[in-house]
Design a protein around this ligand. Structure first.
Ligand code: GLA
Length: 379
């Protein structure tokens, strides 16, 4: 696949590019926890964006999105009002300029097999890929962590106040390892992805998350409000990880009921992730699976970021004896993550997809994922 992009770049721009593979990510457990200073357990996967890039002698940069057949001519002094994927690249340049990092004009071409808007962080991959490539081209000398943080700042500039999980996984992913990210210290350790007889299969609901941006920012704001309110009463509370269920319940009257539920979800999800890491390390995969189901219920009922289609996919997975399934990512659409026995993984996913189509009239996509290396230069 990669050679096609390199060839297309050569024929379009008549130059030999550097080419990067930038992966999407999954998240085993710890959803909506990164911006609450807990822990998360993502991994980079083998579905990726390929980005070819080379310096240009022209005044403006030219970027071609192979899969959309869309071209963008980017004037570095006109970075406002871009749309679609172009707005991310324009935002990266704005941030670079604000940091006084020079950006030479460049030609770039990208495409790949990472589904867009499916909860696999295609936008984080796009941003981190471009930042890594521009870093190398312009000798910015940014570390992986700084690239991840600049990727996060790009999303913030575009309007979604995300945490650091996606960009961190995209940059630090390793083959067959989950990245246990401590979101308070922004450091990580690897946990081997020993899933025994089970494998991870994504089922894309093919519902696009239109509500995501506004609802995501609302949830984040509500959590920040809970933290600030409880900090006034409990000075020992530094972050959400110091909050207990009883603190929330004893102060219930200070919050709307929806916020009480959100906050309880965060505390319980932080507990679940600790249990999940333990289960993973001890090879107790069934226990891990049950935690995925518990997380889904919490995301659906307490945090309210699921939707009928995702709930339907998870119920169908239960009916098929899948040991664990949950919605993954920001929510309101995208994929479910399923932990299925290796012997019948694809058949089971197929049965779920067929039943889903009967119930919703929507065709789901089945994506078997392998845990793979983070962003790197391939050529
Ligand atoms: C999106 C955000 C992440 C994270 C997840 C939910 O993917 O970009 O920072 O908050 O949602 O876990």
């Amino acid at each position: 696949m990669i050679n096609t992009y390199i060839r297309n770049f050569q024929s379009k721009f008549n130059a030999t590019p550097h080419t990067y593979r930038i992966p999407g990510r999954i998240n085993l457990i710890g959803e909506h926890i990164d911006y609450n200073a807990g822990w998360v357990l993502p991994a980079a996967v083998d579905k990726s964006i390929y980005l070819s890039i080379a310096p240009s002698q022209e005044e403006h940069s030219h970027i071609y999105a192979q899969d959309f057949e869309q071209a963008l001519e980017l004037d570095h002094s006109q970075l406002q009002n871009h749309k679609g994927w172009g707005k991310y690249i324009a935002a990266i340049l704005q941030i670079a300029q604000a940091k006084q990092l020079t950006v030479q004009p460049f030609n770039a071409l990208f495409g790949g097999d990472l589904p867009i808007g499916s909860g696999m962080s295609s936008s984080a991959a796009l941003c981190c890929g471009f930042i890594q490539a521009l870093n190398d081209l312009n000798q910015w000398n940014l570390s992986k962590r700084e690239i991840a943080k600049m990727g996060q700042a790009t999303e913030h500039q575009v309007g979604i106040k995300c945490g650091l999980m996606d960009q961190y996984a995209v940059m630090f992913g390793q083959k067959d390892q989950f990245v246990l990210l401590d979101c308070l210290t922004e450091t990580h350790e690897y946990v081997p992805a020993n899933l025994g007889d089970y494998q991870l299969v994504l089922i894309n609901s093919n519902v696009k998350h239109e509500l995501l941006d506004s609802e995501y920012n609302n949830r984040r704001e509500a959590c920040e409000n809970t933290l600030a309110t409880l900090q006034q009463k409990y000075p020992q509370v530094q972050s959400f990880r110091d909050i207990t269920k009883s603190m929330i319940l004893e102060n219930e009257d200070k919050f709307p009921q929806s916020q009480v539920l959100n906050s309880l979800f965060v505390v319980k999800e932080i507990e679940r992730i600790q249990a999940a890491v333990q289960a993973l390390k001890e090879g107790k995969v069934e226990e891990l699976g049950q935690l995925l189901y518990d997380t889904h219920l919490g995301l659906s009922v307490e945090y309210r970021v699921s939707c009928d289609e995702l709930d339907c996919l998870v119920e169908l997975a239960k009916g098929q004896g899948v040991i664990g399934a949950r919605m993954m990512g920001g929510g309101f659409g995208g994929c479910t993550l399923n932990l299925i026995h290796k012997d019948q993984a694809m058949e089971t996913a197929e049965t779920i997809a067929q039943a889903y189509q009967k119930e919703t009239n929507i065709e789901a996509d089945i994506i078997a994922v392998k845990i793979a290396q983070g962003t790197h230069k391939v050529e």
